[in-house]
Design a protein around this ligand. Structure first.
Ligand code: SF4
Length: 92
C-alpha cells in the first residue's frame, strides 16, 4: 500500500492537499535532516525515506507540527501514523 493510502486510511488526511507552500517549515534544524514540507512530498512520492528520516523521529518537530499546516492538514496525525507504519514495516 502506498504511503499516501496508509496515511489516508488511518487518519482521513490526504497529503494531496499540500501545495508545498512551506508555511509549516518548522525551525528545529538541529533535529531535522529534511524540512517538514519535504517529508510531506516524500509521502506524495511514496518514498520510504519518509519513514527513516530524522525529521519524522524528532519529538520537537512532532509537537511543533500541531496546527502548523495552514491548509488544514493534521501533520501531527500524519507523523504519528508514519512512525507506526515504519515500526510495522520493521517488524517492531
Ligand atoms: S503548510 Fe500544509 S500545504 Fe503548506 S507545505 Fe506544509 S503541509 Fe503542505
Amino acid at each position: 500500500m502506498s504511503l499516501r493510502s496508509v496515511v489516508r486510511n488511518a487518519t482521513g488526511q490526504d497529503v494531496y492537499v499540500c501545495h508545498a507552500c512551506f508555511d509549516c517549515d518548522i525551525d528545529a534544524r538541529h533535529e531535522m535532516d529534511i524540512p517538514l514540507p519535504s517529508l510531506i512530498q516524500l509521502i506524495w512520492l511514496n518514498d520510504e525515506e519518509a519513514l527513516q528520516c530524522r525529521t519524522l523521529w524528532s519529538d520537537s518537530v512532532l509537537q511543533a507540527s500541531r496546527g502548523a499546516c495552514k491548509r488544514g492538514l493534521d501533520l501531527y496525525a500524519v507523523m504519528t501514523v508514519l512512525r507506526e507504519e515504519s515500526n510495522r514495516r520493521a517488524g517492531r
